[in-house]
Each structure stands twice: as structure tokens, then as C-alpha cells.
Design a protein around this ligand. Structure first.
Ligand code: NAD
Ligand code: WQD
Length: 335
């Protein structure tokens, strides 16, 4: 059984991936510093999986502790989720983002190299396509970032590409996520933002529950059919499964490097999402139209041909599944 280190495995996408790894016969070991997550998630995961999981509370930048863990566990591969992801915060505190995301990843890669563990799946983002490309975004389009968070993702992508150029014994997959949403169908784990959510779907859920008063729809004057901005939402369980596929494909090769989009290839507007959430859960979401949010672009959508061909993966969950699962999680997490 292949042993896989999941950095950031207590977080939103990492925790869902731990379940899919177990379902696919891998042995995940979780490392997280709990900066943006709660230990409670570990116990919830154990409940879902029906077994004890190995967890290390380590910060990526603590190289000695990471090395001790590697010497003890002998990993076959790493799925690297750990990182900070709030765009606005990254503009205010760029050094925090470069230190945590870039410096942290350098320390992890050093330990991997020293322990001859040369297989990594990295959490990149559609944000690396910037605001100049036409939709749908394809992996070979030029990159260009608009904020420090995005720059950390692009820097890590480039670092990994340079490492592969220097040593082709690496197996590296850069997964570029579009907009992950939804929750595990058990309702036991889901997205649990520290503060008021910045992202659309967790915000909608908190308006529906009454915790927040109303949604602000940022702009209805975009050049889109209903004037609100379009995104490519991907269910977090489908996204988790893409990691398992990527791992399986990479581990079969002696040498591997690919950048792969993970989205649904469907574009839904903000208004589509509000309506879908209302319909799926038979409730209403109060909203008002406000000015555009700085830095937002009209449309983002993935071309997912590469994921279909190389990973033999495609999304299985519908928009209705996304909306129902978010609401189940939001309702259960409040009880
Ligand atoms: P998350 O914040 O829920 O999970 C990240 C986890 O990493 C958290 O549990 C946090 O405590 C941990 N972490 C952060 N810094 C760490 C460090 N230095 N050492 C150890 N642990 C650390 O975020 P998520 O939504 O699950 O995102 C996972 C990854 O996917 C991130 O790298 C993020 O940038 C990337 N990504 C997320 C999205 C999204 O919309 N959620 C989109 C594209 C890419
Ligand atoms: C979606 C749409 C908003 C909140 C972000 C990051 C990106 C990636 C995914 C990590 C937009 C609108 C939102 C609200 C609204 N993360 N909206 N009212 O901005 O597409 O992407 O998360 O890599 O890097 O930038 O996602 O969920 O914030 O917004 O009208 O209260 O919903 O304007 O059109 P976004 P989002």
C-alpha cells in the first residue's frame, strides 16, 4: 500500500482528499499546522473512514520536524495542499504569503529530495491565468498574476518546473483548480472559514442560515447574459478524486511533469448560483446588487480535455449536488 503525505490535510480540500485516498487503497498521513483548520476535522475524518489516522502537527517551515517525520514514515509521494489562500490578505501581508507558501514549499521539497521521495501533486490555481486570456483556459496559455497569493502559486509552479528540468527522476503534477465548492455527502466535513467568508458559496450558505443578513452580488454590469460574473464551480469530492487519479498516473511513470486544469468546464453566473441554491434547498437567499469587487474578471472557465485524456477523470457531481451538499454541511455544522 502506497503511503502518501497530505500536507494541509485538515483543511477543506485536503480533508476530502484523505477520504478518497483511503477509498482508493492508499495510506494517507496528514500534516497540518492548524493555522486555518481545526483538529476536530481529524476526528470527523476518522468517523467517516472508520479508522484511526496518523496526524503530525507540523508547520511546513519546520524542516527538522518534517525530516524526522519523513525518516519515520518513508513516504512514496506527497500531495501538497498546505498554504494560505486569502487573496485580500495576501495584498495586505505579502511577506506572510511568500514566507508560508514559497519558503514553506522550498523546505518541503528539500526534505523530499533528501529522502529520495520525488513524487508530488501540487495545489495550484486558475488564478495563474490572470486576466488576459480568453475562456476556456487551456494549460499552455500564458500566465500572469494579479495579486501576491497568485504570485506564490506561479512561483511554486515555476520552481517545480525548474526542478524537473534539473532532475527528470521527479514526478510532478500541477493541478490548477477552478472554484471548489460543496462538501462531503455525509455532512461531517466541508468548508469552514475562520472569518466571514470571502467566497460566494459559503457566503450564500450563511445568508440562507440567517447568520449573515444578505449577499452582496458584486456587479451586474459585466458583459455576460445576466450581467453577473461567470465562474467554473467544481465539487470538492470530484476535485479530491482528481488528486487520486493524478497520483495513480504519476506513480506509474519513471518521470512525469504535467500542468492540468481541474474544473467542470461549465460556466455559471453569480445569479445562476443563487437561483440553483434556492431551488435545490427550497429556500430564499436575500441579496442586493453592489459595485464590482476590485480584481474580479467577467468570466473564468476551464478546458478540461487534458484531465479527461491524461487522468481519465471528469466531474460526476451536478450543480444541484453542490448546492445540496453545502446546505447539508452548513445545517449539520451548526448543530
Ligand atoms: P484550507 O485553508 O482549508 O487548507 C489549507 C491547510 O493548510 C489548512 O488546514 C492550514 O492550516 C494548512 N497550512 C497552511 N499553512 C501551513 C503551513 N505552513 N504548514 C502546515 N500547514 C499549513 O485551504 P483549501 O481550500 O483546502 O486549499 C488547499 C490548497 O488549494 C491551498 O494551497 C490553496 O491555495 C489551493 N487552492 C484552493 C482553492 C480554493 O478556492 N479553495 C482554489 C485553488 C487553489
Ligand atoms: C465567485 C464569484 C465574485 C462573493 C477565488 C480566488 C481564486 C481561487 C478561487 C484560490 C465572483 C462573486 C463573491 C460575494 C459575489 N482561490 N461574489 N459576492 O474570486 O472566482 O476566486 O477563489 O486559488 O484565486 O480569487 O471566487 O467565490 O470569491 O467569487 O458576488 O460575496 O462570486 O465577484 O464573480 P473567485 P469567489
Amino acid at each position: 500500500m502506497k503511503k502518501v503525505l497530505v500536507t494541509g490535510g485538515i483543511g477543506y480540500i485536503g480533508s476530502h482528499t484523505v477520504i478518497e485516498l483511503i477509498n482508493a487503497g492508499f495510506h494517507p498521513v496528514i500534516m497540518d499546522n492548524l493555522y486555518n483548520s481545526k483538529i476536530d476535522v481529524l476526528f470527523r475524518l476518522e468517523k467517516i473512514c472508520g479508522k484511526k489516522l496518523t496526524f503530525y502537527e507540523i508547520d511546513l517551515r519546520e524542516k527538522e520536524k518534517t525530516n524526522e517525520m519523513f525518516l519515520k514514515e518513508h513516504f512514496d509521494a506527497v500531495i501538497h495542499f498546505a498554504g494560505l489562500k486569502a487573496v485580500g490578505e495576501s495584498v495586505e501581508k505579502p511577506l506572510l504569503y511568500f514566507d508560508n507558501n514559497v519558503h514553506g514549499t522550498i523546505k518541503l521539497l528539500e526534505v523530499m529530495e533528501e529522502n529520495q521521495c520525488k513524487s508530488i501533486i501540487f495545489s495550484s490555481s486558475a488564478t495563474v491565468y490572470g486576466d488576459l486570456n480568453p475562456v476556456p483556459f487551456q494549460e499552455d496559455m500564458p500566465t500572469g498574476v494579479t495579486n501576491p497569493y497568485g504570485r506564490t502559486k506561479l512561483m511554486i509552479e515555476e520552481m517545480l518546473e525548474d526542478m524537473y528540468a534539473a532532475d527528470e527522476n521527479w514526478r510532478i503534477v500541477l493541478l490548477r483548480y477552478f472554484n471548489p465548492v460543496g462538501a462531503h455527502e455525509s455532512g461531517f466535513i466541508g468548508e469552514d472559514p475562520r472569518d466571514i467568508p470571502q467566497n460566494l458559496m459559503p457566503y450564500i450558505a450563511k445568508v440562507a442560515s440567517g447568520e449573515l443578513k444578505e449577499l452582496s452580488i458584486f456587479g451586474d454590469d459585466y458583459n455576460t447574459p445576466d450581467g453577473t460574473a461567470i465562474r467554473d464551480y467544481i465539487h470538492v469530492v470530484d476535485l479530491a478524486k482528481a488528486h487520486v487519479k493524478a497520483l495513480g498516473v504519476a506513480l506509474k511513470e519513471e518521470s512525469f511533469f504535467e500542468k492540468i486544469n481541474v474544473g467542470s468546464s461549465n460556466g455559471y453566473s453569480v445569479m445562476d448560483m443563487v437561483k440553483a441554491f434556492e431551488k435545490a434547498n427550497d429556500l430564499t437567499v436575500d441579496y442586493q446588487i453592489t459595485p464590482r469587487r476590485a480584481g474580479d474578471i467577467p468570466e473564468m472557465r476551464a478546458d478540461i480535455e487534458k484531465a479527461k485524456v491524461i487522468l481519465k477523470w471528469q466531474p460526476e457531481k451536478s450543480l444541484e449536488d453542490m448546492c445540496k451538499d453545502i446546505w447539508r454541511w452548513e445545517s449539520r455544522s451548526r448543530t
